[in-house]
Write a protein that binds this ligand. Structure first.
Ligand code: DGT
Ligand code: MG
Length: 524
């Protein structure tokens, strides 16, 4: 099974660092935080939807996506038959004998669709934060402000549900959330008309509440939370496990203090919590229990590492290790090649079977990737895998004495320390690029000549003779880089009608941040 190491689904960790950053925030900041409009968009039965798009014949059938012995998700037809997420395949088939099963261990299509959704949302608003594969937060506060200036409050209405209200009139106080609900509906519509996917949205003043309220009505619906309904939403949660940001270990510690429900944590003495967890964590978890979360929506950018892993019942021979590692390396190097950056570190992780500690006995070794191998990976050369396999086996022997019997249940291969190629050979690049504008600065004429150059296929401002004198490896690397310098996506002109100069700068900064990130999302 593929894994994704974007670090973008670690809600606990991100909240913790956010809290550290926001310690001692000014009154102004607190005010602006309480006025934010945050959307949370969660796609419906994500893997199943992707499979139904790939094969529309599955659309009206009960469909389960299988990884090993589990149904990791199922479409809503199957849910009507009593099939649930994370049910065993045996139980699911018993509930619904006509269930169609599709293997979902290869995440390639899900990952690709996932990035398309984020990319689409970023074309409307740069402040998009991914959470896992099918969830995105958006901070649409600025969009809301702009629209409010152009709209009469009496013309506004809420789109979708309002938590615990049949209907709700729009007034001064809730107008911003009402505009947020209209934007959320537009985003969902954009995702549907562009990519064919449906999803749910939550609209609230912070990330925590937006996420929690989003699931109130499913599928393909949206719900807005008004601030005064926060307490009701929080007390509707069946336990601390339902509070995103309070992880397993924290829950265990809380349980030892006798705290099980959200209400228990709300009412517990902060001083006692501080003694147990320290000030930052104590305040954070108590705030979360009260629905308070001032963590910002943080666009993540490209992943810091790429990895691939598989788990299995038993691997106990060197040949099996080699075969499985080679398989994993083949798919990982292909992804790395598509990514375009060059990895400088390689890590191998194994998990040995132990009766006592079944899940947490991972062990890793890592090493630098030699330059010639790094180049092979970025060029997409088939020689990369055998070279990496050699490295893997050396690392493997450092962890295990293969003269003794062994029992592995997992292998993971990982590239990290990923660097954009321009920085890794800046001296050569700068040789060519002193007079060569960056992609964003190029005129359309230059871009056309760069891609269509009929003979050498090098940018028009590069001397073909000088290029032809370079070593073949360097030529290949430069060509790959130039081919990848496609025009970056434009932020729609919606952002350009701000008048104040500070706002212009802010907007430009956000735009360029967004463009940088968009470079990562490569078309298929
Ligand atoms: P939903 O949101 O209830 O309509 O259904 P999904 O399928 O979108 O569920 P969600 O949002 O919790 O998760 C998104 C995808 O992530 C889902 O389609 C399959 C995958 N997934 C979710 N939970 C697990 C899990 O525990 N293990 C594995 N391997 N995959 C999971
Ligand atoms: Mg979902």
């Amino acid at each position: 099974m593929d894994t994704d190491e974007e670090g973008d689904n670690d809600w606990d960790r991100s909240l913790e660092s956010d809290m550290l950053e926001t310690e001692g925030s000014s009154t102004d900041r607190v005010t602006s935080i309480s006025q934010r409009v945050i959307l949370h968009i969660d796609l419906d039965c994500f893997y199943a939807q992707v499979e139904m798009i790939r094969n529309p014949a599955l659309r009206n059938k009960p469909l389960g996506i299988q990884q090993k012995y589990l149904i990791v998700t199922c479409n809503y037809v199957a849910r009507e038959h009593g099939v649930n997420k994370l049910m065993s395949v045996t139980d699911a088939v018993e509930k619904c004998p006509q269930l169609v099963l599709v293997k979902g261990e290869d995440l390639t299509h899900y990952r690709e669709m996932s990035y398309k959704v984020t990319e689409l949302l970023m074309s409307y608003c740069p402040l998009v934060e991914r959470l896992g594969f099918d969830e995105n937060f958006m901070d649409v506060t600025e969009m809301v402000e702009r629209r409010l200036k152009e709209t009469c409050i009496s013309d506004l209405s809420f789109n979708g549900h309002v938590y615990k209200h049949e209907s709700m009139a729009v007034d001064e106080e809730n107008a911003r959330l009402a505009v947020g609900s209209v934007i959320a509906a537009e985003m969902r519509q954009a995702i549907f008309s562009t990519l064919g996917l449906t999803g749910c949205a939550g609209i609230a003043n912070n990330k925590l509440l937006a996420k929690l309220v989003a699931g109130t009505f499913k599928p393909n619906q949206q719900t807005t939370l008004l601030p005064y309904s926060t307490a009701e939403l929080m007390s509707s949660l069946t336990g601390l496990i339902k509070v995103p940001g309070i992880g397993y270990k924290t829950r265990e510690k809380l349980k030892a203090l006798g705290l099980v429900s959200v209400r228990d944590l709300q009412l517990y003495s902060l001083a006692d919590l501080v003694r147990e967890f320290g000030e930052v964590t104590a305040k954070r978890i108590q705030n979360l229990a009260c629905g308070i979360d001032d963590s910002p929506v943080t666009p993540a950018g490209p992943p810091q590492s790429l990895s691939d892993e598989d788990s299995f019942k038993k691997i106990s021979t060197l040949e099996e290790v080699q075969k499985k590692t080679e398989e994993l390396l083949t798919s990982l190097t292909e992804r790395m090649h598509k990514d375009g950056r060059r990895p400088h570190t390689f890590r191998l992780t194994i998990r040995q079977y132990t009766v006592t500690n079944r899940w947490f006995s991972r062990e890793s070794r890592q090493c630098p990737i030699p330059n010639h191998t790094g180049l092979k990976i970025t060029c997409g050369s088939s020689e990369a895998v055998p070279q990496l396999l050699g490295l893997s086996m050396k690392l493997f022997h450092k962890m295990l004495d293969t003269r003794e019997p062994f029992h592995l249940t997992l292998l993971n291969v990982c590239f990290s320390n990923l660097q954009a190629k321009s920085s890794s050979k800046s001296s050569i690049a700068s040789f060519f690029t002193q007079k060569c504008p960056t992609t964003t600065q190029m005129t359309s004429q230059q871009q056309v000549s760069m891609y269509d150059f009929p003979y050498f296929n090098v940018p028009a401002n590069v001397d073909p003779y000088v290029f032809s004198q370079l070593p073949a490896d360097v030529q290949r690397e430069l060509l790959t880089e130039w081919r990848q310098q496609k025009p970056v996506l434009k932020i729609p002109s919606k952002h350009s009608h701000k008048t104040s100069s500070t706002r212009d700068k802010k907007s430009a900064a956000k735009g360029s941040q967004c463009n940088n990130i968009l470079k990562y999302f490569k078309p298929n």
